[in-house]
Design a protein around this ligand. Structure first.
Ligand code: SAH
Length: 214
């Protein structure tokens, strides 16, 4: 199969070659059919080393960024994960291969509907979807073992940090609308520890604790 070969090449040349080592992340990236998360016209490019448009001026992230963010969450099969920014659903599918359950929130209705359909078609029964502003989190289902924000925030929404379990991990791009720093937050009994994983570029996180709607 053409796409299987392209996918295995992607993992070897873009992800392992850049130092991602978590075997669960590598296995998930070898398994999830990324080409099904983009439009038919872009399928041949789905395994290339860049982001792609998914409609509504949004993008599916570059494969390496998905791998790096997922690895930073140190997931186990017991973990409940919150994702803000469902988009194509690809990142949620990767998380769902590794974690116990994924809760994913999308603010654009057409993308939410499309992703929900795809999860059902592909049999991702451990992904729970929601159509709303994710900057306020998902209080009823909190605390989460991990939180991943896949859109760029002007600052870290405090309300999301509060929905992290003790020992919980969060990754979030923080910066202006053109460039952000991928930021990792770990919550322990007493403190919040913050580290910087490097530069990145995401579409805007729009909502109450993100950027204001244009
Ligand atoms: N994780 C996605 C990346 C999508 S791009 C994937 O794998 O394809 C970022 C997404 O975040 C867009 O779909 C955008 O609509 C969504 N988004 C932006 N602000 C949001 C908010 N406040 N709540 C929920 N989703 C948001």
């Amino acid at each position: 199969m053409k796409f299987d070969r392209l996918r295995h090449d992607m993992v070897e040349k873009q992800i392992e070659a850049r130092g991602v080592k978590d075997s669960r992340v590598l296995a998930a990236m070898r398994k999830v059919p990324r080409h099904l998360f983009v439009s038919e016209a872009l399928m041949d490019q789905a395994y290339n080393d860049f982001p792609l448009p998914i409609g509504e001026q949004q993008t599916i992230s570059q494969p390496y960024i998905v791998a790096e963010m997922t690895q930073a969450l140190h997931l186990t099969d017991k973990d409940r994960v919150l994702e803000i920014g469902t988009g194509s659903g690809y990142q949620a599918a990767i998380l769902a291969q590794i974690a116990y359950r994924v809760y994913t929130v999308e603010r654009l209705h057409s993308l939410y509907v499309k992703a929900r359909k795809l999860f059902d078609q592909l049999g991702y029964h451990n992904i729970v979807t929601r159509y709303s502003d994710g900057t306020t989190g998902w209080k009823d289902e909190s605390p989460f073992d991990a939180i991943i924000v896949t859109a760029g925030a002007p600052e870290i929404p405090e309300v999301l940090v509060k929905q992290l379990a003790i020992g919980g991990r969060m990754v979030i791009p923080v910066g202006n609308q053109y460039a952000q720093e991928l930021t990792k937050i770990v919550r322990d009994e007493k403190d919040i520890h913050q580290t910087n994983l490097g530069g990145c570029r995401f579409v805007k996180l729009v909502g109450e604790y993100g950027w204001r709607e244009q």
